[in-house]
Design a protein around this ligand. Structure first.
Ligand code: HEM
Length: 352
């Protein structure tokens, strides 16, 4: 379990991880066997911005090296984008109601800024041809790679959304940590994702952190009987005060490493959320959990395929949507703002 202050070790540990993943990487990305949405393609930017994937990876290497916590945050951010109104970059919009709803409140401004920085770099070299939703997809894929997970190709060609989800939609579409498997499978199915995808994608909880408030109900007033006793003992002492809401590792066995130990946690009844632990308790998903716990390669292959399937949910392509000039604003808002600023400048210089 982590104390928030142990994050001061992050730069050092993340440097070691990055070094080991870069040196062990053969440079080969594998392509999962997934039917992709019309309008998306592998190598979509080969002619109009061939350097996009290299630019993204280079920048993120520096970011994740100095703050490995951002890798987990970006991986989570992409899933929140895709589950609400599809992978259209709507979660990046400052004015979208989804930004103020509870599941998204904890994202730091810095995480959004990383995607905007990527946009600036890529648009500087290629012009405004790459969407913010594709940049988020690439950043999430690279978060997995840089923390030791599989390196896989992702289809690109998404365009950015121009509509906001309605208020309340975010809390409805994102799954609560208190959810049981029946609810989880139904919600994944609504997005076209099957039970193996649900288990594999939950394996993203092999990295990152969570607040005690996300699983407090499993500790108080009584121990959730599906939680192993010594794990409960540590957590209940650590999370004792509701006034402060400390952070704990999602996978205490290897919190910085993208590996299959999350599934070993579940087999030991040391999953953090009900939504995690119940995947082992439920007979429909237990076999997949055990399979992934014993076979990391199986997990990696299925995770990559599930990420691609999640990454095509509700995408906008071809003539739909737009390529944003700023990731945090729709172009209509951006150009309105520009003309307001221009008017302001004219009137202030007229006043002089
Ligand atoms: C059953 C579905 C899921 C539920 C209920 C769930 C719930 C949560 C919750 C409650 C947190 C911690 C929030 C906090 O307390 O601060 C979290 C963190 C996280 N989630 Fe999920 N999640 C689910 C699926 C996913 C998926 C599909 C991904 C990515 C593919 C993902 C990636 C992550 C990551 C990486 C973190 C750590 C974030 C950080 O350290 O900043 N989750 N999730």
């Amino acid at each position: 379990m982590a104390k928030a202050k142990s994050f001061t070790l992050l730069p050092f540990i993340s440097f070691l991880l990055l070094a080991s993943c870069l040196s062990s990487s053969s440079g080969e990305q594998f392509k999962a066997n997934v039917t992709i949405a019309n309008g998306l393609a592998y190598g979509y930017y080969n002619y109009i911005c061939p350097q996009v994937e290299g630019l993204v990876r280079n920048y993120l290497m520096q970011v994740y090296r100095s703050d490995a916590g951002q890798a987990a945050a970006i991986l989570r951010l992409q899933s929140h984008d895709c589950f609400v109104q599809g992978c259209d970059g709507s979660v990046l919009l400052d004015r979208s109601p989804e930004r103020s709803e509870i599941p998204n409140k904890d994202f730091k401004q810095q995480t959004f800024q990383i995607i905007e920085n990527l946009r600036q770099i890529v648009h500087y070299y290629c012009g405004r041809v790459v969407s913010c939703s594709d940049l988020l997809t690439l950043a999430a894929r690279d978060a997995v790679f840089f923390t030791g997970g599989p390196d896989f190709s992702v289809p690109l060609g998404r365009r950015d959304g121009v509509t906001f989800p309605r208020p309340g939609q975010t809390s409805e579409d994102l799954i609560a940590p208190t959810a049981k498997t029946t609810d989880i499978l139904a919600r994944f199915a609504r997005k076209g994702l099957n039970f193996v995808d649900a288990v594999a994608l939950s394996g993203a909880h092999t990295i990152g952190i969570a607040h005690c408030s996300s699983f407090r109900g499993r500790l108080f007033p009584n121990r959730d009987p599906t939680m192993e006793f010594s794990f409960y003992d540590r957590l209940s002492r650590y999370c004792a005060s509701p006034a402060i809401d400390p952070l704990v590792w999602l996978d205490f066995r290897s919190p910085f490493r993208f590996d299959n130990l999350y599934f070993v946690d579940l087999m030991n009844r040391q999953g953090l959320f009900t939504s995690d632990q119940d995947l082992f308790e439920d007979p429909r998903t237990r076999g997949t959990v055990i399979n992934f716990a014993y076979n990391q390669q199986q997990f990696f292959v299925n995770f990559a395929a599930a990420m691609i399937r999640m990454g095509i949910v509700g995408v906008l392509t071809d003539g739909q949507g737009e390529i944003r000039a700023r990731c945090n604003m729709r172009n209509s808002d951006f150009y309105n703002l520009e003309s307001v600023l221009e008017k302001d400048n004219i009137s202030s210089s007229a006043a002089i």
